[in-house]
Design a protein. Structure first.
Length: 59
């Protein structure tokens, strides 16, 4: 298979693109989980700023 031979310019380009896609998918998978855990807002108790500043029911 001359297409994936790293000694040719086209083979080097194809292997580099494939390696970049694989590493990007792996990094994206593991970094995507941390963003979901950081965006959780705890709303417990009467001292919650979101509940106190609410304008629902005030005309």
């Amino acid at each position: 298979m001359k297409l994936l031979d790293p000694s040719t310019p086209l083979g080097t380009l194809i292997l580099g693109v494939l390696a970049g896609l694989i590493s990007g998918a792996i990094i994206g998978f593991f970094s995507g989980r941390t963003y979901e855990k950081k965006n959780i807002i705890k709303q417990k108790g009467s001292n919650n700023v979101i509940i106190q500043d609410s304008t629902i029911g005030r005309d």
